[in-house]
Design a protein around this ligand. Sequence first.
Ligand code: SF4
Length: 187
Amino acid sequence: MGLEEKLPSGFLLTTVEKLAGYMRKNSLWPATFGLACCAIEMMAIGSASKYDISRFGMEVFRASPRQADLMIVAGRLSNKMAPVVRQIYDQMAAPKWVLSMGACASSGGMFNNYAIVQGVDHIIPVDIYLPGCPPRPEMLMDAILKLHEQIGNEKLGVNRAKIVKEVEASAIAATPIHQIPVFGKQG
Ligand code: SF4
């Protein structure tokens, strides 16, 4: 029933990149962290047998950021809380990933006001955005699976440096947001 039965000759050929991706995506531990109503949906996947992220070995939400490598930003982020979120992110073990859960975390949502950060990507880098208000636990599971896929295919070393260069070049070449015409407005 084990891996050895699938490898009768005792050989397994792969690349370091693929092996690292496989191990990283299968050993994610989220930080214990919740900001608003979206966090209730997040709790459902950890503590309810119907959803149960322990099937991915992820049910242990770590109380210490130093033992966590996934931050699920679940809920709106106030300006007052922003430095705290950044500090927790800085204290997390690298490599680390961020999942922005819900409309508020991703864009401020309905809270278009001075108190709420209009998207957590102003504070920390986000790897995957999950829409909805609130997103259902099934949607969070789906986002986690997509993040697993992303982590499993992450490049390392020179391959990574090449991708970073390409992304930077396309960001520099892109039209600045303030120059993009707004639908329905003239001039
Ligand atoms: S997206 Fe909706 S459910 Fe989530 S924090 Fe905002 S208001 Fe609450």
